[in-house]
Design a protein around this ligand. Sequence first.
Ligand SMILES: C[S@@+](CC[C@H](N)C(=O)[O-])C[C@H]1O[C@@H](n2cnc3c(N)ncnc32)[C@H](O)[C@@H]1O
Length: 254
Amino acid sequence: MAALAKVVPLMDLESRRLFWVKRFEICRQISKLAPEGQELRYLSLHAARTRTINNARDAYQKGDMAKLESILSGFERNNNGFFRRILSEIAPFLGEARLAVDLYCGPGLFTRELKKIVPAVFGIELVADLAHQASKFGKIEVFHGSPNEVLKNMGDWHVDAITSIRGFLHSPWDERVEALRESSKALNAGGKLICVEMLREDVPTGRRHNPGTWYWYIAEYQSVLSEFNLTLEHVSDTINNEGDPCRVLVFVKH
Ligand SMILES: C[S@@+](CC[C@H](N)C(=O)[O-])C[C@H]1O[C@@H](n2cnc3c(N)ncnc32)[C@H](O)[C@@H]1O
């Protein structure tokens, strides 16, 4: 029988922002060790699982550089395979896309990959300093804020694609529905909404399982997005992301 997920109270946006700021502070500390030109590599740990970040912090505090390097390389290998698989899944759907937004972009590593197939891409990130560092070291344009606010303020922008990689699952129900509604408004007809995250059958829907993580099943996405004129066009096979089973969902705007 599947283990029951731990259910803990919801955090408001400010508490969650502080949670992500704290994670970034650890990565920022570690990144002080980064040789020039490798800062982004160290900052990328911000998008890792909490266990990976804690291991990196312990290695850093013990001055165990060999261990830190092995953790960094492991996460880099994970990202390389993960992003390669995502790009190969979504490229056939983005042939005409000229402008894309990467929500919850973090250090912007995926945002940079997306630029290989879409000419203009910008990111949205909640942690101000991370948004700044991603722009500085990743050479990408990043807006600071919650996707809901930033998308609302985009006014008349019409984009061809919106991506959320390991992103939407960090918002509880109302905030995620709002982000999906704003995403739909920002998309051109025929535009694509791409959602990549852990989709597990053994975690009750809508439950918080890890700090700051709320799971939905594919059916939840379909039912909410159909209200916003978005239809599911493609579901990938399972992709391994640090041991978590992720899938790529592609929705099309009508
Ligand atoms: C797991 S990371 C994923 C980063 C990136 N998409 C990747 O896959 O490498 C999740 C990111 O979402 C950001 N985040 C969390 N909650 C957010 C919110 N409500 N609005 C905007 N960003 C948020 C975090 O700061 C973090 O950078």
